[in-house]
Unconditional design. Sequence first.
Length: 318
Amino acid sequence: MNPRQLAALAALACVAALPAQAGQSFDAIKAKGFVQCAVNTGLAGFSFADSSGKWTGLDVDLCKAIAAAMFGDAEKVKFTPTTAQQRFVALQSGEVDVITRNATQTLLRDTSLGFNFAGINFYDGQGFMVPTKSGIKSAKELGGATICVQPGTTTELNLADYFRRNKMTFKPVLIEKLDELLQAFAAGRCDSYTTDASGLAAARAGQLSGKGDYTILPERISKEPLGPMVRHGDDQWLDLVKYVLDGMIEAEELGVLGAVGAAAEVAVEPRMQLTSEIPLLDEYLGARFRFAGARLLEQVLARPRLQSPESCAQRRRG
């Protein structure tokens, strides 16, 4: 049984318990016959389309698992690639049913934008990447630097806070589309590129591969809990997405994917607390992602587990 199937089983009990007329989003998705997911425009390991248009990654498989729970068919999905600024508008307008792309969970996104968070599938932290030839070894050496960053993100706000806190200046280069931003960075328009550490490693292994040597600096300047989001107002739809995610976490914990290889390495600060309970971690974010400051995954597993999925049965009893 693969993780999507187990996730579907974990969620089907919740679905079966729903009334004949569920919430507005749930009923509308059921009626149209597929789940529309907002994904990244291209982030290796999370959501990435190959030359044939086939999508793969952690966030893609979460979307497919939701479809498996809803329809019994993991292929009843459609993907909407979105930039950081487009993703929230797409969810608010109803263009998409759920954001499964990497998105940080914050109080303002809940209260001001009207979103519910269904859980966390990746703990991250913001970092910096520089050309290796620059000789820069620490973010504290970036005073006066030009920094490439995507607008409309927590990344942009964290960047300003970090430089203000450390009494340094910087010049932002704001580019919305990731491919264009990385092209600017590779061309030397920026001294550094900042985003979540997972995104830095994905870019280095993907779009920047063969375009020079790059170093991910050791500092992590924020905590970024990433996970799926849905609109306020439909508890049944929120329940389904939540328990699908819980099912995938539990599938990983039970070893459905097999033991995580000893050679698998991830980029992680102690406070990021990546664990094998993150769905499909080894498949999509394993040994080929050589992050800065990498440590053996089992050293991280020795820490107390953050992910503890709640079952539908527990909720009914509770």
